[in-house]
Write a protein that binds this ligand. Structure first.
Ligand code: ADP
Ligand code: MG
Length: 696
């Protein structure tokens, strides 16, 4: 097979007929290259088998033996047991779950390899081992006596014998001659200076490594590739963004900004002033701004956005501000519009629930340039919204919008400056990947006088105590949020729980207090009224679903109770909690959790109780959930990383990034002869994924 045929359909491989090909296609394995990159989920070290009489409790081991007896054992809890025999003794393999599956998997006399932890319970046993049944048809060489790859599989794949064994059987002979098919794609200087092992070697050895450290070397080579191409994409994007010639050079901040600063009720923090200098510098320059503004909840991003928008307005441009939810858009509107209007600046709110007639009027004001500042939700990027002259787009994205939305909003103007705000402190690795094409500003300081929120874990037993505490605080004038989770898949049930919780609180627990309810299903105008009432102190308690997650700002509300805290992710809890701790009073956050908790949940809740540092929380969240979940990387138009691990491979990431940016700096269109292979490979693997269009 000639080298170019790595793109050939997967059925060109021996052992794959039309049927298998069809199923493989359905899981995304279409070409030979795809199957080469179908990587083991883990390895079993079968290079050494331990004789049964030498097994030690509490160690990992692999044994090989024959099935002597097997069956379901009835008891308080049924279990399935296999008695394995080798020359030296007997070992019990035991399962407490998936009994049907394992029962079907084994037969008497089967030769079995089992790996797992040895424990002692009425003799030696191995619970829920990894196992492989050796049929004795000559497969042993592929499947035993070495480090064995274990592949992900599905029921459909297994039906066609495409289990781990099946993949091994197809891949092993092919990998023997993989050098003939796979060529190096990285430029020589990178390969030699980074001491990269050959790509074909890496592919061979990630599938069938001699030992685990070889597997890790292979993984690192492939991880480097993956990170390099990702950073190459980001470098290209950034180059295109900053090289576009016709950005707007805004005027130096003048009297309007001065007036605005005078009207603020507080002094800007040093951190706010620092980021404003960075933003102003970008805005005054001719090259379009693409800046990420990072700041923990409560660090005061809104006012930074407002000042930036006023800078655009002062230069005769419009500014657009896109928020992820209606409540948040409304909130920003309420915060900003009084100030703006005192300065004679027209500001409008555009969301999808603005009534049609009103909306038409607003659209008119936007297109004629009568509205200088437009605040809204995603409604802003609809086609019918035409700006007169938008110069700055602010996106308060809380990682909900993706690259597409950013681009669409940007297209509403001619090279407007873009400021993206996020409240989640972004671990460095993600800043370099998910936001790798942006410049970053960080507000690393909270406004003065904030007391750290005290966070307390409670359960059903201690609930009455929590309620007594709330009552006392309400008596002294504080307000309270009680938050119920609302998760999309279980939305109906969750909504019911929130409504019922509200009824109970109102009628039974706090009959003498004023209790309000707010959630996403309440009509927009009513919701606004409820928020207004809460803000004015006309409710003591606001029961809500997670609609208040972002942006709500009522400083007098200093206590929050989060129901079913175990159901939330760490960052989300941190965001929620950030709704309190905004005033001078000591704030409290009660995490109500239902036992028993999973280990993960326990770790999350404990972390939250022990720190209010958003950075630490984000790092831990990333560790617990992985980058995909943490960020919804898909939304960001980033590929899922198959090999690289953003936590472990930080050093590789830096190196890959350095190379990628260097190459694009020297050869922005990848036209040089020495970059042709790179270019071909990049386009082939990445172009359709990113809709780049800028190269090629
Ligand atoms: P976030 O960064 O979470 O969006 P906000 O912009 O909502 O934070 O600000 C949180 C609160 O802090 C608001 O009530 C805001 O008015 C107040 N605030 C912002 N900057 C300052 C400051 N420099 N000094 C005092 N209070 C401030
Ligand atoms: Mg905010």
């Amino acid at each position: 097979m000639p080298k170019s045929q790595i793109e050939s359909p997967v059925q060109y491989l021996k052992g794959i007929g039309p049927k298998k090909a069809e199923v493989l296609n359905s899981v995304g394995i279409k070409t030979i290259e795809d199957i080469l990159y179908y990587l083991p989920r883990k390895y079993l070290d079968r290079s050494t088998f331990t004789p049964i009489n030498q097994l030690q409790p509490n160690t990992q081991a692999t044994v090989i033996g024959k099935v002597e007896a097997l069956g379901i054992k009835k008891g308080r809890k049924n279990r399935f047991q296999v008695i394995l025999k080798d020359k030296t003794g007997y070992l019990n393999l035991i399962w407490f779950a998936n009994l049907k599956y394992v029962q079907n998997a084994f037969e008497a006399e089967d030769v079995v390899i089992a790996s797992g932890e040895i424990s002692f319970y009425n003799g030696l046993q191995m619970a829920h081992p990894e196992f492989e049944i050796i049929s004795g048809n000559g497969d042993e060489l592929i499947h035993t006596g070495r480090v064995i790859p274990v592949y992900p599989s599905t029921a459909r794949l297994r039906k066609l014998n495409l289990d781990s064994r099946g993949f091994r059987r197809i891949l092993k002979p092919f990998l023997e001659r993989v050098e003939q098919v796979v060529e190096e794609t990285l430029p020589q200087p990178i390969v030699s200076e980074q001491h990269l092992l050959p790509l074909s070697w890496a592919l061979k050895n990630i599938h069938f490594p001699e030992n685990l450290s070889v597997a890790e070397q292979a993984r690192q080579r492939l991880a480097f590739d993956e990170l390099f191409y990702l950073e190459l994409m980001l470098a290209l994007r950034k180059k295109r963004l900053t090289d576009s010639p016709e950005g707007i050079p805004f005027q130096k901040p003048g009297s309007l900004i001065k007036q605005l600063l005078n009207k603020l009720l507080f002094k800007l923090t040093e951190a706010q002033r620092k980021v404003l200098r960075e933003i102003a510098h970008d805005m005054m320059s001719k090259k379009p701004m693409n800046r990420l503004l990072q700041g923990d909840v409560g660090s005061g991003k809104t006012v930074v956005a407002l000042i930036s928008m006023m800078m655009a307005v002062e230069s005769g441009y419009q500014a657009a501000f896109m928020a992820p939810t209606e409540i948040l858009a409304e909130q920003h509107y309420l915060t900003i519009h009084k100030l703006a209007e005192e300065l004679g600046i027209k500001i409008v709110l555009l969301t999808s629930s603005v009534p049609k007639k009103e909306k038409d009027a607003i659209l008119g004001q936007i297109s004629l340039g009568e509205a200088s500042i437009v605040i809204g939700t995603q409604a802003l990027i609809q086609e019918k919204v035409k700006f007169y002259r938008v110069g700055l787009a602010v996106i308060d994205e809380q990682h909900r919008f993706g690259v597409m939305q950013r681009a669409l909003l940007k297209q509403k103007g001619h090279q407007p400056d873009v400021l993206i705000m996020t409240a989640t402190p972004i671990p460095r690795t993600l800043a370099l990947t998910a936001y790798g094409d942006l410049d970053v500003s960080v507000i690393d300081q909270l406004p003065p006088g904030r007391k750290p929120i005290e966070t307390i874990l409670r359960d059903e037993k201690t609930r009455p105590e929590v309620y007594r505490f709330l009552d006392k605080k309400i008596s002294s004038g504080r307000q309270v949020y009680i938050v119920y989770p609302l998760i999309e898949e279980t939305e109906k049930l969750d909504l019911k729980a929130a409504t019922e919780g509200y009824e109970k609180l109102k009628k039974e627990v706090f009959p003498n207090r004023r209790v309000g309810l707010i959630h996403g299903r309440i009509k927009n105008t009513d919701r606004e009224a409820i928020m207004q009432k809460f803000r004015k102190g006309e409710f003591d308690i606001l029961v809500s679903t997670t609609v208040i997650e972002v942006g709500v700002d009522v400083p007098n509300s200093s206590i929050m109770v989060i129901e079913h805290a175990e159901r939330f992710g760490l960052s989300q809890l941190h965001q929620l909690r950030g709704r309190v701790g905004r005033g001078a009073e000591q704030s409290f956050c009660f995490l109500m959790a239902n036992y028993p908790l999973s280990l993960d949940a326990k770790e999350r809740l404990q972390a939250l109780c022990s720190t209010t540092d958003g950075f630490k929380i984000a790092e831990l969240d990333l560790k617990l959930r992985g980058p995909g979940e943490f960020f919804g990387t898909k939304q960001h138009g980033l590929p899922e990383l198959k090999v690289a691990d953003l936590i472990r491979d930080l050093k590789l990431l830096y190196e890959a990034r350095r190379w990628a940016f260097k190459i694009i700096e020297e050869d922005p269109f990848l036209l040089k002869a020495e970059n042709q292979l790179l270019r071909t490979h990049f386009l082939r693997r990445y172009k359709d994924k990113f809709g780049l269009g800028n190269i090629g």
